[in-house]
Design a protein around this ligand. Structure first.
Ligand code: FPP
Length: 258
């Protein structure tokens, strides 16, 4: 039996009749996980990296095409200095330790977020991860680092304004496609499903433009506890959602017409 058929049987057995092409994760609750155990916040982030590994493995197993993870927001720089250093150190180690395995698993790494002010070592690592894995054809792991959606949209607006100022674009040529084409995610499909852990129900400046028609699943667990079972629970919930993209149900529109 082909691998695809086996996967279909497995997901059907789990009650998942449709899987999202693109899942985005807001990995929230590391600090609370640590505090509940009397541990330093860094320990929560460390366990958060382990949960990230489980999420990537589950996405590969479930044949998800794109997994975007909010690893460090543009606003995270205002956390205490030692916490920022710890998060940077974890990113460093994640890429150093896991890049070979990601590459061997045919994962393509992409990075979104502002690169201009990053230190050369962090920037070098992110670029290395993209370069080494660029020809891979399995899961695309999109790492949102120093990412802020408002900043991303502002940068796209600035790029378009410059084109108008140079006479290369007319103002009436600016439409949604023109903006989308200048976002960091230009060649990445919009997320179908956004999962946030920790019970908080907000986007926190993550993929504001791209989330226009995304489904949201808010899980009550803290990020370090995320695992394959949590991913499957979110997929089961997603499979029950009815996505209409602003349209009405065909049956309903037939009724209106008659
Ligand atoms: C939110 O927890 C999480 C983050 C700020 C960053 C997410 C980071 C990881 C999962 C680990 C690092 C991974 C990489 C690849 C860098 P929080 O600190 O806001 O938790 P709290 O709301 O409970 O305080």
């Amino acid at each position: 039996m082909a691998e695809g058929d086996l996967l279909e049987m497995a997901t059907t057995a789990l009650g998942i009749k449709t899987t999202p092409r693109h899942i985005a994760l807001i990995m929230d609750g590391n600090g609370r996980w640590a505090a509940a155990r009397g541990l330093p916040r860094l320990e929560g982030h460390r366990r958060g990296v382990e949960a990230l590994r489980r999420a990537v493995r589950a996405a590969i197993e479930l044949k998800i095409s794109y997994l975007t993870v909010y690893s460090f927001s543009a606003e995270n720089w205002s956390r205490p200095r030692d916490e920022v250093q710890s998060l940077l150190g974890l990113l460093h180690r994640f890429i150093r330790n896991d890049l070979n395995e990601l590459h061997a698993s045919n994962v393509r790494v992409r990075v979104i977020g502002a690169r201009a002010d990053l230190s050369p070592d962090i920037l070098g690592l992110l670029e290395e991860a993209e370069r080494v894995t660029q020809a891979n054809t399995g899961l695309t792991l999109v790492v949102a680092f120093n990412y802020g959606a408002r900043q991303e949209i502002a940068a796209a607006a600035r790029a378009l304004a410059e084109m108008v100022a140079q006479g290369r674009l007319a103002p009436n040529e600016i439409d949604a496609d023109a903006i989308a084409a200048r976002l960091d995610t230009a060649d990445i499909p919009d997320p179908d499903l956004i999962i946030r852990t920790s019970g908080e129900q907000r986007l926190s400046n993550f993929l504001l433009w791209q989330a226009a028609y995304a489904e949201f699943v808010f899980l009550p667990i803290l990020w370090p506890d995320f695992d394959r079972a949590a991913m499957i629970a979110a997929l089961q919930e997603y499979a029950h959602r009815e996505r209409r993209f602003g349209r009405v149900e065909p049956a309903l529109s037939a009724k209106t017409a008659s």
